[in-house]
Design a protein around this ligand. Structure first.
Ligand SMILES: Nc1nc2c([nH]c(=O)n2[C@@H]2O[C@H](COP(=O)(O)OP(=O)(O)OP(=O)(O)O)[C@@H](O)[C@H]2O)c(=O)[nH]1
Ligand SMILES: [Mg+2]
Length: 142
């Protein structure tokens, strides 16, 4: 069974992105993630993303664009991550579920530990916001 997940890459005016850290006891616990969660029955992707960002951070996404979809098998769980950029939002994000939260510059994303499925997201975000890979796979000539 595949778990469909709405994931938001939230960007601020300074092109930093919002990361939260997963609790230790959950799937992929202790790792950093982009906020989001499971799409519930009957929900559209947009509705699920808006609900999750409201529940986890207290913000409402206003301008959203699709980034990529990732299908990943963890062995114990298969996920389909539907990842959207969130360019504008209403409200001030705060960690409503008590999770650690950080605003991170695109070029520093490589310093954070993410679930395995997130590698393509980290690369795409770094290229989009910074023009080069955060993980060092692509070397730009400065
Ligand atoms: N939100 C989020 N989930 C991710 C990411 N990467 C990744 O593999 N996942 C996986 O996607 C699945 C669902 O995410 P979630 O745990 O946030 O779901 P949720 O907010 O609905 O949690 P809940 O079921 O405890 O209410 C988890 O198995 C998680 O490990 C990511 O960057 N963000
Ligand atoms: Mg979640």
């Amino acid at each position: 069974m595949t778990v469909h997940v709405a994931v938001g890459v939230i960007v601020d005016a300074g092109h930093r992105v919002l990361l939260t850290r997963r609790p230790e006891h959950v799937h992929q616990g202790g790792l950093w993630e982009f906020p989001g969660g499971k799409v519930e029955a009957g929900e559209t992707l947009a509705t699920a993303l808006a609900r999750e960002l409201q529940e986890e951070l207290g913000i409402t996404p206003l301008r959203v664009s699709p980034l990529l979809e990732i299908s990943h098998d963890y062995g114990d769980k298969h996920v389909l991550l539907d990842v959207h950029m969130v360019w504008e939002f209403a409200g001030e994000p705060s960690a409503l579920e008590g999770q650690p939260m950080a605003w991170v510059a695109a070029e520093a994303l490589g310093e954070y530990d993410f679930p395995e499925a997130n590698d393509p997201i980290v690369d795409a975000v770094a290229v989009l916001l910074h023009g080069q890979s955060a993980r060092g796979a692509v070397q730009a000539n400065e």
